[in-house]
Design a protein around this ligand. Sequence first.
Ligand code: UD1
Ligand code: PEP
Length: 420
Amino acid sequence: MDKLIINGGRPLQGKVRISGAKNASLAILCATIMAGDEVVLENIPDISDVRVVIEIIKHIGSEVTWLSSSSLRIMAPAVISADPPCDLVKKLRASNLLLGPMLARFGYARVSLPGGCNIGVRPMDLHFKGLAGMGAQINLDGGFAVGKCTNRLKGARIYLDFPSVGATENIMMAACLAEGQTVLENVAKEPEIVDLANFLNCLGAKVRGAGTDVIKVEGVSELGGCVRYAVIPDRIESGTFMVAAAATRGHLVLEHVIPLHVEPICAKLREAGVQVYEDDDRLTVNATGELHPVDIKTMPYPGFPTDMQSQMMALLSTIKGTSIIIENIFENRFQIADELKRMGAHIKVEGRMAVVEGVPCLCGTNIKATDLRAGAALVIAALMAQGQTEIYNTHFIDRGYHLLEEKLTKLGVEIKRGQA
Ligand SMILES: CC(=O)N[C@H]1[C@@H](OP(=O)(O)OP(=O)(O)OC[C@H]2O[C@@H](n3ccc(=O)[nH]c3=O)[C@H](O)[C@@H]2O)O[C@H](CO)[C@@H](O)[C@@H]1O
Ligand SMILES: C=C(OP(=O)(O)O)C(=O)O
């Protein structure tokens, strides 16, 4: 097991290039199993979640080759050679996105219920309801979701009770190969949904409306390949660096960003007194002035992302005054508060609300990541803290941050990896 050792107290200074989006890459990798010909993907981050999904699709028969450090060539199988292996599926959440594509292409899927970070209950009822609405039989069997459809899936009108990202993606993918039209209402509007829809359309799918509340899919009998598809930049990695710059009262230029995707984060940082400037695909963050407390409510996109909530909590823990955070998406995303308190933060958690009283500074100590974004938040806390911090459970952080130590080192941070 690894640990990260960080000596804090220096402002982040310089330029950082943002990598491809984890959540878009994972969904697109699952979608590749529906492709009838070769697919080349670019801007794929080489992070552990991506490596695991690649192993899973290879196991079911896909041929996958790294063409460079961020591009992949994939050829999906005509028939699946094995079920997705349970031990790999359980390593992450996004493996639940195999169900829709496998059912649509092969008429059968036996996928273990997914794992991933312990940030809430995370049921799959909306996925199952949508796929069943298209004619699939879905059963739960000893921790596995087993889906079957004897004939082609049928287009249907499906209303999601909640705009779930994963359910929108699974049903949208399955609808691409269904017979007739699918109308999906109250869907998630996250940029990763739009990226996935764009990729599917590159394969010859007919998806319209991604990024709005209603997605319409005209099913086609087969999908083709794609000569080149570049995944969008990671808005959560962007947000994490922006918050890290603010927390260390630094000055940072982020390159290869889509500013629109990080607008909810920019808006909150500006409200806190951070200067944020946009220029094409670059963002400049300057936090050399006084900062103010802010209140945050996590919401589906374009609201404030739950995946940035922990990082903001770390930042707010050293801003004088009271900030209130309401977590509306995942009930278990305040575990980070206990670790921040070990560093001297004053945070009171009551159900879905956290009250953060800013303290003048945090102190370095030994702390452990409880999930991916909590890990990112602890890195931010360590960057601000006086003295040395050791962060354990780094495997959570490795799920989602490409070249984190290298990027931070270039920005002036003293960071190294050691054995825990
Ligand atoms: C791999 C990936 O893309 N992960 C992202 C995805 O997760 P994920 O796709 O799991 O998140 P969802 O949008 O589905 O979950 C949002 C809420 O809906 C609930 N729900 C979801 C499905 C369902 O069938 N029933 C149900 O009740 C969940 O428990 C949660 O409370 O979106 C989340 C919300 O933006 C992000 O935090 C994750 O980083
Ligand atoms: C919650 C996250 O990911 P996952 O859905 O893969 O657990 C995340 O990226 O913060």
